[in-house]
Design a protein around this ligand. Structure first.
Ligand code: KIV
Ligand code: ZN
Length: 432
């Protein structure tokens, strides 16, 4: 079975310009252990964090925000554990968050002592509301906080040259900030850090609160990229939340608008309505024939570990991950799926009606795909008999027997299991 889908573009062949398609994977950064964790009713224990970290590495993340060590002792201890126990693979870089305050930055570097490579992620809030109501300061005051933070970050890094440091700055509440002012603050930070094309810094633009339609966010990103100084020495990162339910769409459009990197979480855990869901965005790419460079081929394991760490159930209709997302109950869908599957040849383009990708690419099987209830028709019943019990029915019998199954489903109001379908078939046709 192929690991990567053959994709036959339909109606997309002339849409190859970069601002209208995503043609390669961005740099991904998981913030499950920080944004995801800080939003949990019960934050992860050290053991749960270890499990989550191992899962993220297995999925293929090369950048992982592992905590906010200056804000909590468990986060500090977890960072120390990763470093002291040598748990960070050579090709993985850990990232930690800190506010732009000298004592917190100092504590952050304490947590990172001895690390081979790390991203120090410093932030302060820049929006109109935060300026006026929370910090009660003007634009110059906000720039000052950011610049002092950036200098402090650089100062500590200069004192520990044995580590390879990468600097990241977030104008928190970017979506509520005038774009030209966000560009001004970030340019000031970039001027302190003096990145180069070979040694870039990261500017992370958060939709801390999703406030507008995704196209507006994309416009903000495009404009920011034009206005910020030294763009070629900056990795533009996006960090969208899902307040309007469009976190993935905003990240996708933001990427097409010029960003390079995406922060998010597995299954969208995170503050309030969550962070953008990396599984959905990565699998959207996969379904379009773009290698997402993340491996979700064991989706059941991902869901199990995620639930064990977050105590949050996966919604049965969660894109790509939910139990019901490759299941068809309705008769016409089942019929179409069956016809396409019958014609499908291993290794050819995946052209199956109603199934955007091959469920086997997520470690699921065809057998789970078709389920039967009172909405189902002959196609589903026939498929179950054929795939589970090796019984191929002629069309007239499909029609006749599906009425028997439908009657039972309507009377009970319940799903009819494959075993029950088989016993109904035996009772109806094979007894005596
Ligand atoms: O949502 C947000 O703004 C954040 C920042 C700290 C990056 O999580
Ligand atoms: Zn966030």
């Amino acid at each position: 079975h192929r690991k990567y889908p053959a994709f036959k573009p339909v109606g997309l062949t002339d849409r190859t310009w970069p601002d209208q398609v995503i043609s390669e994977a961005p740099r991904w950064c998981s913030v499950d252990l920080r944004d995801g964790n800080q939003a949990l009713i019960e934050p992860m224990s050290v053991n749960q964090k270890k499990q989550m970290f191992d899962l993220l590495v297995e999925v293929g993340f090369k950048e992982i925000e592992v905590g906010f060590p200056s804000a909590s002792q468990p986060d500090f201890d977890f960072v120390r554990y990763l470093i002291e126990e040598n748990r960070i693979p050579d090709d993985v870089t850990v990232q930690v968050l800190t506010q732009a305050r000298p004592e917190l930055i100092a504590r952050t570097y304490e947590a990172l002592k001895g690390v081979r490579r790390a991203i120090v992620h410093v932030y302060n809030s820049t929006s109109v509301v935060q300026r006026e109501k929370v910090f009660k300061t003007d634009k110059a005051g906000i720039v000052d906080i950011a610049v002092r933070g950036a200098k402090e970050v650089k100062k500590h890094a200069d004192l520990a040259p044995e580590t390879e440091w990468v600097f990241q700055y977030s104008p928190e509440s970017f979506t509520g900030t005038e774009v030209d002012f966000a560009a001004e603050v970030c340019s000031a930070v970039v001027n302190v850090w003096q990145p180069t094309k070979d040694k870039p810094c990261i500017i992370n633009l958060p939709a801390t609160v999703e406030m507008a339609t995704p196209n507006v966010f994309a416009d903000q990103i495009e404009l920011f990229c034009r206005q910020v100084e030294n763009r070629e020495a900056i990795i533009i990162s996006l960090h969208t939340h899902n307040d309007r339910g469009c976190g993935v769409a905003a990240a996708e459009l933001g990427l097409m608008a010029g960003a390079d990197r995406i922060e998010g979480t597995l299954l969208g855990n995170g503050e309030r309505t969550g962070n953008m869901d990396i599984i959905t965005m990565a699998m959207n790419m996969y379904s379009q024939g773009v290698d997402p460079k993340l491996d979700f081929s064991d989706m059941d394991k991902i869901c199990t570990v995620s639930k064990a760490c977050t105590q949050i159930e996966v919604h049965p209709r969660h894109p790509y991950a939910g139990d019901l997302v490759f299941t068809a109950f309705s008769g016409s869908h089942q019929d179409a799926i069956k016809k396409c599957l019958d014609l499908y040849q291993e290794g050819s383009f995946w052209e199956i009606a109603y199934l955007p990708i091959d469920p086997r690419d997520l470690g699921r099987t065809y057998q789970d795909v078709i389920r039967v209830n009172s909405q189902s028709g002959k196609g589903g019943v026939a498929y179950v008999l054929q795939s589970k019990f090796g019984f191929e029915l002629p069309r007239w019998l499909q029609i006749e027997f599906s009425r028997v199954v439908q009657k039972e489903a309507e009377t009970s109001g319940q799903e009819i299991s494959p075993d029950r379908i088989w016993s109904l078939f035996q009772e109806t046709y094979l007894s005596n």
